[in-house]
Design a protein around this ligand. Structure first.
Ligand code: HEC
Length: 93
């Protein structure tokens, strides 16, 4: 957090964890927006995580590689979800 707040590269060993929620829908099935401008969370669906470690990016093709970051998805019972295609994560990250 200190590195991020200072606008610096996050150090090796950093872990970022995110809750992914489905948005609340109105009667027209459109997402409801709160006063903060963000969609209102309805239901926790799963977790995503990204973490960095020495050499973790070594085997990732250059076209997708994001330094030494690696990606995973976790289920609500806190198990790693198998079969996640990390290329999809790297496509944005
Ligand atoms: C369509 C583009 C896209 C894809 C695909 C994507 N992400 Fe993200 N991800 C984002 C963006 C944009 C943010 C920042 C959101 C914010 O700050 O509100 C983010 C944020 C995160 C965060 C929270 C940390 C942070 O930097 O805010 C984690 C953890 C994460 N993503 C993991 C993953 C994982 C794991 C996958 C693959 C299963 C994945 N993402 C696929 C675009 C994407």
């Amino acid at each position: 957090m200190q590195a991020a707040k200072a606008g610096k590269t996050l150090p090796e060993g950093s872990v970022l964890f995110a809750e992914v929620h489905a948005a609340r829908l109105d009667s027209d099935q459109k997402p409801v927006t709160g006063s903060d401008g963000f969609y209102v969370a309805e239901k926790l669906m799963f977790y995503t995580a990204m973490a960095s470690g020495a050499g973790w990016g070594k085997e990732v093709p250059d076209m997708l590689r994001n330094a030494d970051w690696n990606y995973a998805v976790f289920t609500l019972d806190k198990q790693q979800r198998p079969g996640v295609n990390q290329a999809e994560c790297y496509a944005c990250h």
